[in-house]
Ligand binder design. Sequence first.
Ligand SMILES: Cc1ncc(COP(=O)(O)O)c(C=O)c1O
Length: 346
Amino acid sequence: MGYFRKAIEQMAGYISGFQPKTADAVKLNTNENPWPCSPKVLEAIRKLTAENLQKYPEAVADSFRDVSAVVLGVNPENIICTNGGDDLLTICFRAFCDADRPVALAEPTYSLYPVLAGLQGCEVIEMARDSKGSLGQLAQANAPLTIICNPNAPTCDFIPIDELAVLAGQLSGVLLIDEAYVDFAEDNAVRLINDFDSVIILRSMSKGYSLAGIRFGYGIADAALIDGLMKVKDSYNVDTMAIAAATVAIGDQMHLKDNVKKIKTERSRLTQQMRTMGFEVPDSQTNFVLARSVKKEAKTVYEALVERNIFVRYFSLLGLDDKLRITIGAPEQNDKLLVALTEIIG
Ligand SMILES: Cc1ncc(COP(=O)(O)O)c(C=O)c1O
């Protein structure tokens, strides 16, 4: 066609998880939360007036920064609000990467990172993620931007925070720790921002807080780093409705804890039952599992599930093509999945 920049013509776009149209589909393919958000969120949205929507939103979402700073034990100046965690990733690529400034990643990991690198025209220094997260190799690469997803998608594993601190100390560039799934993990990296002015932590309201439809995420970092990122973001990157919703959601920690507890219970049940069926299912620190299909090809199992209106995620990529990524659903969804898997595996 010739209209686009060469980088855009050459790249493949991000492929989102399939969104089935039928209400009775069992949707376990995009790591959404099966339980609803805090009722306070809907109340806050209902309270909005036409006047609220007539005006531009708060430029840096101060309402959210104030409440979340208390919850996180940081200062509001340590927080940047973004249009989903994905927006923070875009901001970071724009801020730290270009043709001469690569990003370093340990694969497999979140498939959006290489897409954003493609958009920015920056090289991806890629290494295989080993049991230690390939931290030594990432330190050696010493890229201007290093991203480590923790807990990682899609492998569900968790790197101890002390080891991330060692990596941060070795790098001369920025270390972005993607904690989109951290609400389901045992620990988090927030304390690192006190020791390193180069660490950015990504958070999402889509998973633990059941607000994937709202589009709200945020970053936590040293105040000077946040100031720099503010220069890169769109002027009004989070809207009034999202700010209102996310602010009350993060304020309702009881609701989050209850929700996470239910998901962890179902995670243990699904993991155990799938292991009994012969799947290899490593322990997960996220709201999904990555199960290796031992008895039948993963693709065959995936297709047989689709025929039964059950959607999980299959990646036809080296190292992943023998596995299925399955979001932890509500008990009745998980029951349907387990019955279907028993039929398929035989
Ligand atoms: C690893 C990881 N990081 C970041 C995100 C971005 O989440 P959101 O833009 O919904 O906040 C996702 C979403 O699936 C993810 O899996």
